[in-house]
Design a protein around this ligand. Structure first.
Ligand SMILES: O=C(O)c1ccc[n+]([C@@H]2O[C@H](COP(=O)([O-])O)[C@@H](O)[C@H]2O)c1
Ligand SMILES: Cc1cc2nc[nH]c2cc1C
Length: 349
């Protein structure tokens, strides 16, 4: 992990400024393409190119289990994590459908599913069989958390090796909204009650219980916001650690990265707390319905592209936003300028 952090540089602010100036020469009233213009400028700042390429895209889904599932904090049993991994391998999950739509390769990585994964094509990078129950023990040992971060780094480097120009990271892990909520409460100082949500769809009474479980875990684990890796190890999850590593590696390799929903954004926040320069490489795909997502987005000063009332995970909201990046990249690369098209601009009128 430390080797990859040493390679992270801030995005190229000069390229971003140059892109903004160039966008104002294109045949449209200045600023009229709204957020798409800012997106185009960000892609230029990330890649250092005035005509950035984001093709081909790559999707990576990290799966792991959570000991805290034993506290009854999810609407679904732990076995669903492994069952969904098999579904990903067969191409039948929402993320498979959306990835096919945009022509993205998809890699599924077992970073810590509790049971054996036999499905063909799943990368076996199991650090251990799920985390410990954070109410009674640290979720991970520091070396396990570090190993899981490195699983994420390696996955992005595999994608980079086969030519990926845009990274979308997703996750699957029953009870991971509990882990993410605990991390976020510590990282931001916000109350658990203000950010914990229904996850896969628990009822109000179960949500009250979930809040109490998270509060007990936080009190018992004793981790502070100044030590993000410790927060990750004590309260996080193996797939959250892998996502954190993926964001660090994507930044180190100057790859535009689309962040998915709640769990992904907590991992992104963790990566930014470890290395603030990561922030410039992140594009936020969508606003999840999980209330904590708003808190995490605010902590990152981030405005997501889409707001579809989704709360699935898997990377689905990131992949759905990818066509907007395609539009932004195509717009800056292909639009005519006022000069080239012989259109009078405002200044000359
Ligand atoms: O990405 C999100 O915003 C999101 C919000 C709620 C739930 N999820 C997904 O649902 C699972 C976690 O929910 P839970 O209730 O088991 O904590 C996990 O597999 C996530 O991918 C994902
Ligand atoms: C079926 C199912 C699919 C999922 N995908 C991501 N999280 C999930 C949780 C459940 C329960």
């Amino acid at each position: 992990m430390h080797a990859i952090i040493d390679h992270i540089q801030s995005v190229d602010l000069h390229a971003g400024e140059e892109a903004r100036r160039y966008l104002d020469t294109l045949t449209k009233p200045p600023g009229s393409l709204g957020a798409l213009e800012e997106l185009a400028a960000q892609l230029c700042a990330i890649t250092g190119e005035l005509k950035p390429s984001i093709t081909p895209p790559a999707v990576i889904v990290f799966a792991a289990d959570h000991g805290v599932a034993a506290e009854g904090v999810s609407a679904f049993p732990q076995a669903v994590t492994a069952q969904m991994v098999a579904n990903f391998a067969q191409g039948g999950a929402a993320i498979n459908v959306f990835a096919r739509q945009i022509g993205a390769r998809i890699e599924v990585v077992d970073v810590g599913v509790a049971s054996d994964i036999t499905a063909a094509g799943v990368v076996n990078a199991k650090v251990c069989r799920g985390t410990a129950n954070m109410v009674v023990a640290d979720a991970m040992q520091p070396e396990q958390a570090l190993e899981a971060v490195n699983v994420g780094v390696a996955a992005v480097e595999r994608a980079k090796k086969v030519g990926a120009k845009c990274i979308m990271v997703g996750e699957m892990g029953i009870a991971n909204t509990t882990a993410s909520s605990a991390m976020l409460a510590v990282l931001t100082g916000e109350s658990v009650a203000s950010l914990a949500g229904v996850g896969t769809g628990i009822h109000q009474q179960q949500l009250t219980h979930k809040v109490a479980v998270i509060e007990r875990a936080i009190a018992a684990r004793n981790a502070g916001p100044q030590a993000p890796l410790e927060v990750l190890a004590k309260l996080g999850g193996l797939e959250i650690a892998a996502m954190t590593g993926a964001y660090l590696a994507a930044a180190a390799h100057r790859l535009p990265t689309i962040v998915d929903g709640f769990i992904a954004t907590v991992a992104a926040l963790t990566a930014c707390r470890i290395c603030p320069a990561v922030r410039g490489y992140l594009i936020f795909g969508h606003r999840s319905q999980e209330p904590g997502h708003e808190v995490a987005l605010r902590a990152l000063d981030a405005k997501p592209l889409l707001d579809l009332g989704m709360r699935l995970g898997e990377g689905s909201g990131a992949v759905l936003a990818y066509p907007l990046l395609q539009s932004a990249a195509a717009m800056i690369a292909e639009m005519a300028t006022f000069d080239s098209a012989g259109v009078s601009d405002k200044a000359r009128a």
